[in-house]
Design a protein around this ligand. Structure first.
Ligand code: CMX
Length: 142
């Protein structure tokens, strides 16, 4: 049910500084930026120049609060890779299938993710130490 590697998420203390770093050293461009209050993040999706928009993105995640998922991750592990996100066509079906296989999903119901996508997560302890996000893109793509 995975249709693509949607993005790889990096926890950063300062979003603007991280955007500047990835632009200066790797030439990545900001395709999208938003604040997700519920998740406690300010975030940016970065892409290689000239790509159509569906290729794997790099997601920079900065905490809005110390007690958010990213705030806690930074306190414990410092800046670095925080999540791997698989694109799926139906996040509810994907979550149900994984639950039936014995994996713990973090949410009973999908929540709102980047660009009005619907998301859920597999607990990192059930996925080889990797926080796996399942992303069902919004139907209109935004
Ligand atoms: N990757 C790998 N391991 C992780 C991890 C991560 N991102 N976050 C926590 N862990 C590990 C911890 O190091 C800890 O391991 P030890 O017990 O060996 O020390 C264990 O998982 C802790 O798990 P926990 O006590 O159940 O939970 P935490 O308070 O550490 O929170 C998690 C972890 C995954 C439940 C929390 O980060 C979460 O709810 N994440 C989902 C939401 C999220 O990440 N939002 C931000 C991004 C928003 C977006 O993508 O749009």
């Amino acid at each position: 049910f995975v249709t693509a590697i949607d993005h790889v998420g990096i926890a950063v203390p300062d979003l603007d500084a991280a955007i500047a770093f990835h632009a200066e050293h790797f030439g990545l461009e900001v395709a999208h930026e938003e604040v997700n209050e519920e998740q406690g993040v300010r975030e940016a999706m970065l892409r290689a120049p000239g790509t159509a928009g569906t290729e794997t993105a790099i997601q920079l995640l900065a905490p809005l609060r110390d007690d958010s998922a990213i705030g806690k991750f930074l306190a414990k592990s410092g800046p670095g890779l925080q999540q791997l996100a698989y694109r799926v066509s139906d996040v509810d079906a994907a979550a149900a299938a994984l639950r039936a296989q014995g994996l713990r999903l973090l949410y009973d119901e999908a929540k709102r993710g980047t660009s009005n996508s619907r998301v859920n997560f597999v607990h990192p302890k059930d996925a080889g130490g990797v926080l796996v996000e399942l992303v069902e893109p919004a139907k209109n793509g935004h």
